[in-house]
Design a protein around this ligand. Structure first.
Ligand code: SAH
Ligand code: SF4
Length: 394
């Protein structure tokens, strides 16, 4: 271990069981839902059909009350309500940027908070969702990485972020009034680029994305979901196999010396190891390129030599390089590269044959841009013991 903060996966996961004994039905996979229905007495023969019915109400129509599930018998609806609840995280506040970006401060069980950001564009709308409260990693340019408090989100809390955004965008179809499939979707893409390292909360992220991709519900294509990782090498292949979404990697440096400082997980899995895992990515193809994210930090990683090293390193990997102008936060130890520098860097990458879009910062005025997220939970600075007590874990 190094003298700096250790790389750890030590986070708390709260149990699904709610204090009142009711189970939140949101976030259960089809198999889990089936088992839960059988457990409350649903005959096995009917279970598959009941799952389909409930699933459509929850994820296609966005219904939040069992009483509205009108194709189920009344007494069965009552039974469901007795054992389950339909809970999505609560929106504590909503900020809207001058550019239309919406940032939701979302409260989850235990009083913790995460942030979810909706970014409208002309041809799409992207929801940036969080996978953890805070992050166990400590990338030196990332605001989230400075947050002490960390816990994994449950699958329900992850898919719940999509549901609450659809609530706010009023994007659920209305029963009996058509399916709302006529125009382009307001919420058409998902990026797992909010707070947290998604590959350190693998199972919940996978289950939530499976629910989001299910054709009978939210029905987002796997090609419209991008998971961003700082480079958790052993989980990368699994992401392709078990989720099947697109992959983005927070690369950010072209030497181990610099990457060790910016993305400390590099000390565990260095550039060479990471690139080998990406070369082996089971879904790698020209149509499903890997996005290399590269934050532009003045005089740290933004030289012409860096750009040349970068294209040499990734040679042979179908890739696009997404250049992210550094977004400042209070006390940040870096500055954004000058615009001319970013363009010069982009030009070298482009001439080497890679798309090199520069990410326009969105929602800066409401601290919603990449890497600016850090929930107010930080204020509390509770001890792990306190949180464990609150969430019923020993
Ligand atoms: N933990 C994951 C996903 C969340 S961060 C990961 O690290 O990939 C999403 C992207 O924003 C990452 O590429 C991250 O490196 C970048 N980022 C973090 N802080 C930033 C900042 N202050 N300015 C610009 N980009 C930042
Ligand atoms: Fe965590 Fe990603 Fe921020 Fe690094 S950049 S601290 S991995 S959220």
């Amino acid at each position: 271990m190094t003298a700096t903060a250790p790389i750890t996966q030590d986070v708390l996961t709260i149990p699904r069981k709610l204090p009142e004994g009711q189970v939140n039905i949101v976030g259960l996979t089809r198999d889990q839902l089936r088992a839960a229905l059988i457990e409350i007495g649903t005959p096995e023969k009917q279970a598959k059909m009941r799952v389909n019915q409930i699933w459509q109400w929850l994820y296609h129509w966005g219904v939040r009350d069992f009483a509205e599930m009108t194709n189920l018998a009344k007494d069965y609806r009552a039974k469901l309500a007795e054992h389950f609840e339909i809970a999505v995280p609560e929106v504590v506040s909503r900020d809207v940027s001058a550019d239309g970006t919406r940032k939701y401060l979302v409260r989850i069980a235990g009083g913790h908070e995460v942030e979810t950001v909706y970014i409208p564009e002309t041809d799409r709308g992207t929801l940036c969702i969080s996978s953890q409260v805070g992050c166990t990693l400590t990338c030196s340019f990332c605001h989230t990485g400075t947050q002490k408090l960390v816990r994994n989100l449950t699958a329900g809390e992850i898919v719940g972020q999509i549901m609450l955004a659809r609530d706010d965008l009023d994007e659920w179809p209305e029963p009996g009034v058509g399916t709302g499939e006529a125009g382009p979707r307001l919420l058409s893409n998902i990026v797992l680029m909010g707070m947290g390292e998604p590959l350190y909360n693998f199972d919940a992220v996978r289950d939530a994305m499976k629910i989001a991709m299910d054709g009978e519900g939210i029905a987002l294509s796997r090609r419209r979901i991008t998971l961003s990782t700082s480079g958790v090498v052993p989980e990368i292949a699994r992401a392709a196999e078990e989720i099947g979404c697109l992959l983005a990697v927070s690369f950010h440096a072209t030497t181990d010396e610099v990457r060790d400082k910016l993305v400390p997980i590099n000390k565990k899995w260095n550039i060479e190891t990471l690139l080998a895992a990406l070369r082996d990515y089971p879904r790698l193809s020209n149509s499903e390129r890997i996005t290399f994210e590269y934050v532009m930090l003045k005089d740290v990683n933004d030289s012409d030599a860096d750009a040349r090293r970068l294209v040499k390193l990734i040679q042979g990997i179908p890739a696009k390089i997404n250049l992210i102008p550094f977004n400042e936060w209070p006390g940040a130890p870096y500055q954004r590269s000058d615009w001319e520098r970013i363009e010069a860097f982009a030009d070298i990458v482009y001439k080497a044959g890679y798309a090199s879009p520069i990410r326009t910062p969105r929602g800066e005025d409401i601290m919603a841009a990449c890497g600016q997220l850090k929930s107010a939970t930080e204020r509390a600075r509770k001890s792990r013991a306190q949180i464990a007590a609150e969430t019923g874990q020993s």
